[in-house]
Unconditional design. Structure first.
Length: 550
């Protein structure tokens, strides 16, 4: 393992790393455009030039391998002069678009110009080469050729990651452009990743264009809930509204990428069907009430049914869209509060749901693995049997947790079952068609408004961080179920979702030894599903150090 010195700081790194990768480990940024850690090295922008002692010429840090005893300088006058010249070259034909460019605030041309430029252009505006602007190249991406600096990140992504190669470099010299190959459209399932890798404003998102300036947005780490892959994401939001998702680097799940369907799934969280009030059905339909009354009505009616018909008269149905903490608490509510083992699960996806060999899974639920690991049966036969028992009035009361029965069971079967029930409690964030059959509706936060965790298809447990409080009167799901459980006789009190997870981990063997505070930015892997020993806990994978995105 070679040891080198960068700007007076010594570091030992793995053999084969480049200077720019070694500098990353020192949290030292070397300016770059074409380099991206998830793509091959092109070495064409020349912005990452550094001075290496005993080498007569400046070297590009992205493609210079480290050697033992190497001494690197990244901020000498010679390096600064070279970067200034590179910036002047890149900006010769660049348009004066900064006031109207959506990349403003995230543009590396702007950032590096302020650090290394600050000179007057020697190219008159009238002599700049004109290229295409606002070109429609796909359903989610717009191209502005004048802003492109030909870093080729986008073409390398399409060649090396999606293997679809829709974009290429055409013409020569200062007339070079990025463009579609004849007869092509940029419409593969991962097309919007080219917007993320573009360091300037040449490729922009149709959905985010002109929606907000990025310096007004807040960023919160979270997890995509569009499928069981559970890609790590950053949620960009403002004043309680999500404006975009972007992939967050996680080597255990999705690296630097995410699919377009997941990227745009935030729109479903903010529609007109959002539940924001506690509702109780009366003689004239639903009436809004406060939380105290909603909880009291639920507890009183459940207790009346259990006293009259026994503990087996109450059951629950938890969706794989619920968090680990919500599912665990609902199971505890039924077991400890009512003495019932009638919790069933549902993990439903539309027939023929798309999947591929890369990231996209056919299971469109983020927590199917968590549901199963918590011991909740999620078979079609089990959930159908539950609704048949409701129809026969063997079960009188049912709690539906983020479960849209109409979607997977159908309107007719759902109507027969839920109309036969004496009490239907819906705990959800969205007014699905199933809500029409509820007697009590308890609104809860979406996954971007709730603290908790999902377990993805590979058993990676990832933490959810609330970006903002739930809309309207909605509350975090774990707190609603915890209060119901306590009022029904369960002994434990939980001040936070973290406390619920820690209790869950103490009871469920596959989670044993884990703590919510230790999940970290990448999450932690489930332990093998067998009896857990101290050695198992010691071998649990540690949280890797965070790697900054490109």
């Amino acid at each position: 393992m070679p040891t080198l010195e960068i700007d007076g700081r010594r570091i030992t790194v793995d053999t084969g790393l480049t200077v720019i990768q070694a500098a990353d480990q020192l949290n030292l940024e070397i300016p770059h455009y074409c380099y991206h850690p998830g793509l091959s090295i092109a070495g064409n922008c020349r912005m990452c030039l550094v001075e290496v002692e005993r080498m007569p010429k400046l070297q590009i840090a992205c493609n210079t391998r480290v050697l033992d005893g190497m001494v690197v300088h990244t901020a000498t006058p010679r390096v600064a002069t070279a970067r200034q010249a590179v910036l002047e070259f890149l900006l010769l034909n660049h348009p004066i678009d900064c006031p109207v460019c959506d990349q403003a605030g995230e543009c590396k041309l702007q950032d590096y110009y302020m650090d290394f430029g600050r000179y007057h252009s020697r190219m008159p505006l009238g002599r700049k080469v004109r290229k295409g602007k606002v070109i429609d190249i796909g359903p989610h991406v717009m191209l502005d050729q004048e802003r492109c600096i030909l870093c080729t990140r986008c073409t390398r992504f399409l060649d090396e990651v999606t293997h679809t190669s829709e974009l290429g470099v055409f013409e020569r010299g200062d007339h070079c452009t990025i463009d579609l190959f004849p007869g092509q459209r940029l419409e593969n399932p991962y097309s919007a990743n080219v917007v993320d890798v573009c360091p300037v404003g040449a490729l922009t998102s149709r959905e985010f264009r002109f929606q907000a300036r990025v310096w007004y947005l807040e960023r919160t780490e979270s997890v995509c809930n569009a499928c069981s892959r559970g890609c790590s994401i950053d949620v960009y939001h403002r004043r309680g509204e999500v404006l975009r998702y972007r992939p967050r680097y996680n080597p255990e799940v999705n690296d630097w990428w995410m699919c377009d369907a997941g990227r745009l799934s935030y729109a479903t969280l903010q529609g007109e069907r959002r539940l924001t009030q506690v509702l109780v059905r009366g003689e004239r339909g639903f009436a809004p009430v406060d939380w105290a009354e909603g909880i009291a009505v639920t507890v009183r009616r459940v207790q009346e049914i259990v006293r009259a018909a026994g503990a087996g008269a109450a059951a629950g149905l938890a969706s794989a869209r619920a968090t680990n903490e919500e599912i665990f608490l609902l199971r505890q509510l039924l077991r400890e509060g009512l003495g019932s083992e009638g919790l069933r699960g549902v993990s439903w996806s539309p027939p023929g749901a798309f999947e591929d060999a890369f990231l996209i899974r056919g299971d469109k639920n983020p927590n199917t693995r968590g549901l199963e690991t918590l011991g909740v049966t999620a078979t079609a036969a089990g959930t159908t049997a539950l609704f048949q028992a409701l129809e026969r009035r063997e079960i009188r009361a049912v709690v539906l947790l983020r479960a849209d029965a109409v979607a997977w069971l159908g309107e007719e079967a759902t109507r027969k079952a839920l109309e036969a029930a004496e009490l239907v409690v819906l705990i959800d964030s969205e007014a699905s068609e199933t809500a029409a059959y509820a007697d009590v509706v308890l609104p809860i936060g979406t996954h971007v408004e709730t603290e908790g965790s999902f377990t993805n298809c590979d058993g990676q447990i990832q933490r959810l961080v609330p970006a903002f409080p739930p809309a309207g009167e909605a509350r975090p799901g774990w707190s609603v179920i915890a209060e119901l459980s306590q009022r029904l006789g369960a002994m434990r009190i939980y001040p936070s979702a973290a406390a619920v997870f820690d209790e869950l981990a103490a009871q469920v063997p596959a989670f044993q030894g884990l703590r919510f505070a230790d999940l970290g930015p990448y999450g932690r892997r489930l332990l093998p599903e067998r009896s857990v020993t101290a050695a198992d806990v010691a071998r649990a994978p540690a949280t890797p150090s965070e790697v900054p995105p490109a």
